[in-house]
Design a protein around this ligand. Structure first.
Ligand code: PLP
Length: 385
């Protein structure tokens, strides 16, 4: 029973086929000979399809090795680029619930003295206050980066209000849309965003492929230097099979988006209802309004039931779930997202994320509802509760 789709979701048949077909070609897309031109054609076709699926122009798609690299390029590249144009712009504004792929480069920039970091607080449901954002953005801001949807709790952020607040001060806005793409209408041009991050393996493409979509003319300082590919913004031999597989998965994910969202909302409702009855000590995180959260994520805080114990016990009966927070050497750290929404460090180590996706069924929901009460009771007993 796989309830960890927010971590990664199974490879689609269309993506596998596209990858295998493209991998039959030998050429490096930058080579001038016929084999290289064939690989280049596959790559550029994929780039155009990725752009079309996400409301961008092909020239605005910078292919990367995944969401982490795209976030790093956005945060470091745009902050350095904007600060180089105007040294007064040192303030980098992010939300307190960003994925580590945004949080860590932002903190790194601050630690080395390149930026003054502002981490916007969130409400108990995990949403930033767009009004507070207005007060945090001004003539000294280099960049605002607020994720479209959160990977742990599933909260959707008010992207339009963020864009509006930043635009008044000429500040570019980046959003990590990695979790949003499968379920929300992620469209670069309609959103008003300047840049957004996407990752293939969250839509049924391969791991290790992603993109930063960045509007033309943005001051984007490269992070990886080398052969000058992708107009020197991101050097490195281009991965034609990966791009082709990403495009195929994205086409399918976008075509299925509305139906999947409705289907998962129904499954989620059943899961939440069952949890309230069977694990009453659990608090379900995130906004109640479906318009403000992803359909597939159920995030729980169960004080006293440490995440690593619950996950181990679920795994022992064949259920794959996660805590939603980073694991180091097998130990779950207190989630910075849970703490930002008001939980203590102790309680923030007692989180479980059940994430539904394309292959999820009623049987998955029934299985986890059967297994969780016992897992929680045993985990609480182990910690003396
Ligand atoms: N951003 C968010 C919100 C994510 O959920 C993830 C993956 O967990 C990433 C970034 C990193 O993407 P990748 O695994 O492609 O590096």
């Amino acid at each position: 029973m796989y309830l960890d789709h927010a971590a990664t979701t199974p490879l689609r048949a269309s993506a596998r086929e596209a990858w295998l077909a493209a991998a039959e070609e030998v050429g490096n897309p930058s080579s001038l000979h016929a084999a290289g031109r064939r690989a280049r054609a596959i790559l550029e076709d994929a780039r155009e399809r990725i752009a079309a699926a996400l409301g961008a122009d092909a020239a605005e798609v910078i292919l990367t090795s995944g969401g982490t690299e795209a976030d790093n390029l956005a945060i470091k590249g745009l902050h350095w680029g904007r600060a180089a144009e105007d040294p007064a712009r040192r303030d980098l504004v992010i939300s307190a619930v960003e994925h580590h792929a945004v949080l860590d480069p932002a903190r790194w920039l601050a630690e080395r003295g390149d930026a003054d970091l502002v981490e916007l607080p969130v409400d108990p449901a995990g949403r930033i206050d767009a009004g507070a954002l207005g007060g945090a953005v001004g003539a000294t801001t280099s960049l605002v980066s607020v994720m479209w949807a959160n990977n742990e709790v599933g909260t959707v952020q008010p992207v339009a209000a963020v864009v509006e607040a930043a635009r008044a001060h000429g500040v570019p806005v980046h959003a990590d849309a990695v979790q949003a793409v499968p379920y929300l209408d992620v469209h670069l041009h309609r959103s008003g965003l300047d840049a957004l991050t996407v990752s293939a393996h969250k839509v049924g493409g391969p791991v290790g492929v992603g993109a930063l979509l960045a509007r033309r003319g943005l001051p984007l300082v490269p992070v990886a230097h080398g052969g000058g590919q992708q107009r020197s913004v991101r050097s490195g031999t281009l991965d034609a099979p990966g791009a082709a597989a990403f495009a195929a998965a994205l086409d399918d994910a976008v075509a299925e988006r509305d139906a999947e969202r409705a289907r998962l909302e129904r499954l989620r409702a059943r899961l939440v209802e069952g949890l309230r009855a069977r694990v009453p000590e659990a608090t379900v995180s995130g906004p109640a309004d479906p318009a403000h959260r992803l359909p597939g994520i159920v995030h729980l805080v169960v004080p006293g039931a440490r995440a690593e114990s619950v996950l181990f016990l679920l795994d022992a009966v064949g259920i794959a779930a996660s805590s939603g927070s980073a694991c180091t050497a097998g130990l779950v750290q207190s989630s910075h997202v849970a703490m930002a929404t008001g939980w203590s460090a102790d309680d923030a180590a007692c989180t479980v994320r059940l994430s539904l996706g394309r292959t999820s069924t009623d049987e998955d929901v029934a299985a986890v509802l059967d297994a969780l009460p016992d897992a929680v009771a045993r985990a609480r007993a182990a910690s003396g509760r």
